[in-house]
Design a binder for this molecule. Structure first.
Ligand code: ZN
Length: 453
């Protein structure tokens, strides 16, 4: 009963104006919120068990009676993985009528993960996002220009739904060349700019040459960013750059930064968060269960991202707990200026390149604000890498349009480094294919990503 009252007041709050909604939601006492989350969890679990072929079969095989479960941890070692989505197909997870779908690039495979939603879910997530933007200072008289990639990607949709609620002016540019964006966006006098971090870094470089204008803030999603690069962006615009953290599978923000920029405030209304494989510092992989999804709920979804849960009150005063800064990914995907890359990308790029024989390894690093992708190859005859580099570029352009587009926009540099045969594996029996040397990653965690031929 309590949970139903809280749920109703939340729904009413989200249908009023942002100012009132923020005030109402902030007044819900923690125990009442917790009761609502539990009730939503139980409802989600029952829905999944009844309608999703994947979950029905999984629960049957494991002898799980969902009527007896009222907390995710009672599901023991049962998790949903990205691999499940790929191998079983998104249709196996459906519990209701879908109006739309989005995709996310594969991590260890070239197959995209597909996730389905309803328009009601899009609108709800938009409102929650809007409340957050309101807390960051976005108001009805603000002017937003965004540059999110619109191809199969959800971010432009969530943002648009949110800005409809806030009722502010909005132009969607798509992910175009930052030089072109600069010239065309300026005429609209934007007070807030949205895009991916590596793209915003490039735009800021353009602005430092051609002049920045007055902004309330910049907002980035889709990748992590080095603090030094964030500082550079903020100095150029004299405005803060905020990050959000989300996945296509979660449909938008699992959490977003507040003005303190010290971790992401969690969206506890829509997700149940847990950590697994926790190390002695309290860091582990984030697991989330969706609480407000009717079309394709996910139960204990493994995010592959490593962080910690922070429940101490934040200096900003917002009641919601936080996810700490991300330490890295525990699968083999690296998110950088090139895009979401995994070893399979480079296997494909090197396919058919003459003169490359043995091993290869990719090192992702920072040089200044830009990501550099260093492709180390063992050349048949050592030395002379210009023809290999040329072939790599041709293959990249022909086989990966998105990565090539980001290259042409100079969101990253690509370099080929030649080695003699046998040199790369000299010190390591298992050669890590992808090494992320950027500062936000923790080396000990990367060891778990070792792969072999
Ligand atoms: Zn805060």
């Amino acid at each position: 009963m309590l949970s139903r009252i809280v749920e109703l007041s939340e729904q009413i709050a989200l249908r009023t104006n942002p100012e009132r909604a923020v005030r109402w939601l902030g007044q819900i006492p923690t125990p009442a919120l917790e009761a609502m989350r539990r009730a939503r969890f139980k409802r989600t679990l029952r829905l999944a068990a009844k309608r999703s072929p994947f979950y029905r079969e999984q629960f049957r095989q494991r002898g799980i009676d969902v009527r007896r479960i009222d907390h995710p941890s009672q599901l023991g070692d049962f998790y949903t993985t990205g691999e499940d989505l790929i191998t079983c197909g998104a249709e196996q997870f459906l519990t209701g009528h879908a109006d739309t779908a989005f995709e996310t690039t594969g991590t260890t495979s070239p197959v995209a993960k597909r996730v389905f939603y309803s328009r009601r879910e899009v609108a709800d997530m938009g409102r929650i996002t809007a409340l957050w933007l309101y807390l960051l200072g976005l108001r009805r008289d603000d002017r937003v220009v965004s540059a999110f990639d619109c191809s199969f990607w959800l971010s432009p949709w969530v943002l648009r739904a949110g800005l409809e609620y806030l009722k502010c002016f909005h132009v969607e540019a798509g992910k175009i060349n930052p030089e072109e964006f600069y010239a065309r966006a300026r005429i609209y006098n934007p007070t807030a700019i949205f895009g991916e971090p590596s793209w915003i870094i490039r735009l800021s470089e353009v602005a430092s040459r051609r002049g920045a204008w007055s902004l309330k803030f910049l907002f980035a999603g889709g990748e992590n960013i080095a603090e030094s690069a964030r500082k550079m962006v903020e100095q150029i615009w004299c405005a803060p750059l905020y990050l959000n953290y989300g996945q296509t599978e979660s449909f938008g923000a699992l959490g977003a930064e507040c003005k303190m920029k010290d971790g992401y405030h969690r969206n506890d209304l829509y997700f149940f968060f847990e950590l697994t494989d926790v190390d002695q510092d309290g860091y582990g992989e984030i697991i989330y269960t969706t609480l407000a999804r009717d079309v394709m709920p996910l139960i204990r979804y493994r995010s592959s991202d490593v962080t910690r849960l922070v429940d101490e009150r934040c200096a900003c005063g917002v009641f919601a707990g936080r996810l700490g800064k991300l330490r890295g990914r525990c699968d083999e995907m690296v998110v950088c200026g090139m895009g979401n890359i995994g070893p399979w990308v480079f296997e494909e790029v090197l396919r058919g390149v003459e003169g490359v024989g043995g091993d290869w390894q990719v090192v992702v690093k920072h040089e200044g604000p830009r990501d550099v992708i260093e492709l180390h190859v063992e050349a048949d005859h050592g030395g002379g890498n210009s023809s290999i580099e040329k072939s790599v570029q041709i293959n990249l352009g022909e086989r990966f349009a998105d990565f090539w587009k980001n290259y042409e926009m100079r969101l990253y540099d690509l370099r080929v480094v030649n080695h003699h045969p046998g040199e790369l594996r000299a010190d390591e029996r298992k050669l890590r294919r992808l090494v992320d040397e950027r500062q936000m990653l923790k080396p000990s965690r990367m060891l778990t990503t070792a792969s072999s031929l």
